[in-house]
Design a protein around this ligand. Sequence first.
Ligand code: 5GP
Ligand code: ZN
Length: 140
Amino acid sequence: MSASDPDCIFCAIAAGEAPAEIIDSDEHTVTLLDINPATKGHALVIPRAHTEDLMSIGEEELCHTAVAAQRAAKRMEETLQPDGFNVINACGVAAWQTVFHFHLHVVPRFTDDPLELPWVPSPGDPEEISATARRIRGED
Ligand code: 5GP
Ligand code: ZN
């Protein structure tokens, strides 16, 4: 991890060198509105320090970013009065990450908004779920 990446748009925004609609900031984070909003108020919470993704961000920076996401959600609850929120992180190209500076999406949700769950819930095979859990716990 380096403090700043000269080719990173979010580093430029955090440094005040690229324009953004910033709604909150503190010593560790900047929160701005997404230029391609999924819903009204869709925000991105970024740590000021450049780090690529969930795998590489340090625990303290992650905590600061999560706390700032909660603060943004609370502020939007008071002002935009949404019916709920999704807090989303994309880690890796396969998971739809497009900007490789860690960020949390804070997406205000409205009962009549057009967003849909990106998977169809259906019961999994219990044995397969158990086998996967054993694998993740390192038992296999
Ligand atoms: P990801 O796809 O990595 O999870 O999210 C990146 C997000 O950053 C996208 O939703 C995209 O619309 C947003 N984004 C990309 N470039 C800019 C920019 O220059 N300014 C702002 N405000 N948002 C951006
Ligand atoms: Zn960056």
